[in-house]
Design a protein around this ligand. Structure first.
Ligand SMILES: Nc1ncnc2c1ncn2[C@@H]1O[C@H](COP(=O)(O)OP(=O)(O)O)[C@@H](O)[C@H]1O
Ligand SMILES: [Mg+2]
Length: 320
């Protein structure tokens, strides 16, 4: 059983849940935000939901909020920009700070840091108008996963099995991000590893009848399988958990995260990405893993909110 610190509603003061925003993941964020809002309100926290826009900072300051729960996914919310703005007004918030958020959002830079630290991640190259598609195949082989560098929810991503399809895959990904990457395709099983304050929660195995875990498999299909406990032996799960935790920490990610990885057919692990504000709807993956560990949705939300306390003490030290 995981032992968690206990909190009372009054420990948190006046809380704002930031949700929505303008990223491609707006709708999912609204769902996450509403679920978080309900859980905090049921716990007795003085909480307000805010659909994030340019007036939000004025509201945060004028209405004397004490802390913010960031339930924004994707660019603008998960990429360090809001984190920087909140730092500049001394407002504590949940999860990672500026550096961890921005490094984890940038899939090319995440991989560069991992490579430098000996953390296994598939070979990748950035693509642009001048790329020679045959060179990409020479460098990283086929099949290839083409995806936006800074996007989530599998938006704009596709699998390419022939060099002459790379160009159209690039065009598709480029609609969502100026920066696009090609990564060696890993054939095998997909897993995701939720982490709460450096404690690794039970891993989840994802199975889809589709080519990969794309937008449709994530949010629309009802036959996507989420297997938790994930079926790996205890030793393997523990070592993959440690690897994921290290991969997350090395990016400067703190508080909570969800690490995506693939296990190839020989059982080798390949780190894919770290999500610093994972989905928090009632059917999202972090809540699923927490439940497996005996942590209710409400308890999980409270523990995530408490990750803002670290910032609080830093702010207090600065004030003294
Ligand atoms: N190198 C890869 N090999 C095989 N499948 C991949 C690879 N990279 C990503 N995928 C698939 O695409 C999905 C989305 O990719 P990911 O990098 O996690 O981006 P997102 O931020 O959109 O979740 C993954 O969940 C996985 O199913
Ligand atoms: Mg992912």
């Amino acid at each position: 059983m995981i032992k968690l610190p206990e909190y009372q509603a009054k420990d948190f003061g006046k809380v704002a849940v930031l949700m929505g925003g303008q990223s491609a993941e707006r709708e999912i964020s609204l769902e996450s935000g509403k679920a978080v809002l309900t859980a905090l309100s049921d716990f007795g926290v003085d909480v307000t939901g805010i659909d994030y826009d340019k007036d939000t900072f004025k509201q945060l300051m004028n209405d004397d909020f004490d802390r913010v729960f960031i339930a924004l996914h994707g660019r603008g919310g998960e990429d360090g920009t809001i984190q920087g703005a909140l730092d500049s007004i001394g407002m504590p918030y949940t999860g990672s700070g500026v550096l961890g958020s921005s490094l984890a959002m940038d899939k090319i830079l995440s991989k560069a840091v991992w490579r430098d630290s000996g953390i296994p991640t598939p070979a990748a190259v950035e693509l642009n108008e001048e790329t020679h598609w045959d060179d990409v195949v020479d460098q990283i082989g086929l099949p290839i996963m083409v995806k936006p560098v800074n996007e989530g929810s599998s938006i704009g991503a596709s699998k390419v099995t022939e060099a002459d399809k790379l160009s159209s895959a690039w065009v598709q990904a480029n609609q969502f991000d100026d920066r696009v990457m090609a990564e060696t395709w890993i054939e095998g099983g997909e897993y995701t590893v939720p982490i709460l304050n450096d404690v690794v929660l039970p891993m989840i195995k994802l199975e889809t009848a589709r080519e990969f875990y794309d937008y449709q498999a994530k949010y629309i299909d009802d036959n996507t399988q989420y297997i938790c406990p994930c079926g790996l032996d205890e030793h393997t799960e523990r070592s993959l958990g440690e690897l994921s935790n290290k991969a997350s920490q090395i990016l400067g990610v703190t508080g909570w995260s969800r690490v995506d990885l693939m296990l190839d057919e020989s059982g080798n692990a390949w780190l894919i990405e770290v999500n610093t504000v994972p989905g928090m709807t009632s059917h999202s993956l972090v809540p699923m893993a927490a439940k497996q560990a005996g942590i209710s949705f409400q308890e999980l939300v409270i523990q995530i909110l408490a990750t803002s306390m670290v910032n609080t003490s830093v702010t207090k030290e600065l004030e003294n």
